[in-house]
Design a protein. Structure first.
Length: 158
């Protein structure tokens, strides 16, 4: 939980939502924290049988999120960690993943959980990963924000 008193801190009933998680595989220790946080949020919001799909890297998140969105999921939670290196690669992968996920949300009119960490170093990522000693849990936060969005979209469509 974020612990900052935001609406995301109070779980609400999402048992009727179909939710998928797509998770990159780089920086596995951080990813374990993000994935645990996301699954914890889904459990607390009573989401049943979430589908979890792993992809190689964050660059691959949007295309798989798009395929999941096309399958009729109410929300897709995207998790990844990109750490700055010595080349412009960081910018390219970060932009492609961020822009791609935003496009999936708008093209499919679906809630996308934006659980993508873009950090200067591993410590920044660990601080946000919801692990023991972390100050933030971005996997939980991104998931509860997506669930809130999915519930809102359902209400608007009714
Ligand atoms: C190649 C690459 C690099 C250098 N760094 C990361 C990273 O920090 N985080 C991440 O999720 N993925 C990284 N990748 C892999 C790319 O996202 C992608 O999987 C490959 O370029 C293959 O398409």
């Amino acid at each position: 939980m974020s612990g900052d008193g935001s609406p995301q801190d109070r779980p609400f009933d999402c048992h009727d939502l179909r939710v998928a998680v797509v998770a990159a595989s780089w920086h596995e220790r951080v990813m374990t924290g993000l994935l645990d946080g996301a699954l914890d949020a889904l459990r607390r919001h009573q989401v049943e049988s979430p589908v979890v799909v792993r992809v190689p890297g964050s660059f691959e998140l949007p295309v798989v999120a798009s395929a999941l969105a096309a399958q009729g999921f109410d929300a897709v939670i995207a998790l990844g960690v990109i750490i700055r290196g010595g080349t412009p690669h960081f910018e390219y992968v970060s932009s492609a993943a961020t822009d791609g996920l935003a496009r999936v949300a708008l093209d499919h009119n679906i809630a996308i959980g934006f659980g993508l960490l873009t950090c200067d170093n591993e410590q920044q990522a660990l601080d946000r990963a919801g692990l023991e000693g972390s100050s933030e849990d971005k996997g939980y936060e991104a998931t509860s924000a997506a669930l809130l969005t999915a519930v809102t979209l359902k209400r608007i469509r009714r």
